[in-house]
Design a protein around this ligand. Structure first.
Ligand SMILES: [Fe+2]
Ligand SMILES: [Fe+2]
Length: 187
């Protein structure tokens, strides 16, 4: 692999910074549980965003990348790490759907036990943060070390459209959430 970071890696890291900014809003909602309470509309927008591009594009491309990695002669400990992150993509999908159902109840004025909601939101936030941190610190460096230029090129042909519906301003329904993101984490 040459020194310059492949385009796909730059984009995946960009996605992580963006997902991280959205997770900061989620963490602020968790903090608000003890004071003003959660804002159901903000939570709905956060979860709708996280259920979209990050799962449909970002995780899908990482799955392709990790697929190549598991066939690159990994040590058993490395293989276990990659395989754990791949199954976390499924876990994140399931938990995001479950969270969306809970938020639906909140928006219909069903009172959820606050401690259960806190535990669910904290577990979800921890899962997302831990998952991205492992990718940044261990899996991405492993991919840069082991994948060939040719493999990166093949992966990049599958990654032509990585435009994000909120950060690239393509989908209007995320405008309100984007304003909150910009106010909380100005670039
Ligand atoms: Fe991932
Ligand atoms: Fe990721």
């Amino acid at each position: 692999m040459s020194d310059a970071s492949p385009f796909l890696m730059t984009q995946l890291r960009r996605d992580h910074r963006r997902i991280g900014r959205v997770l900061q809003l989620l963490d602020a909602q968790i903090d608000a549980l003890d004071s003003a309470g959660v804002d159901g509309i903000v939570l709905r927008d956060i979860v709708e965003y996280l259920a979209g591009y990050p799962e449909a594009v970002h995780h899908r491309l990482e799955d392709e990348l990790f697929d190549r990695l598991v066939n690159s002669g990994l040590k058993p400990s490395e293989w276990a790490l990659v395989s754990r992150n791949m199954s976390e993509h499924s876990e994140i999908y399931v938990r995001t759907q479950k969270l969306a159902e809970d938020i639906d109840l909140i928006l219909r004025d069903v009172v959820l036990p606050v401690e259960r909601l806190r535990e669910d939101l904290l577990a979800y936030s921890d899962l997302q943060h831990g998952h991205m941190n492992r990718e940044e610190q261990q899996l991405f460096p492993m991919a840069l070390r082991l994948l060939t230029d040719e493999t990166w090129r093949e992966l990049e042909t599958q990654a032509r459209d990585m435009s994000d519906p909120m950060f690239d301003g393509t989908v209007e329904r995320f405008n309100d959430l984007f304003e909150l993101v910009l106010a909380a984490t100005p670039e």
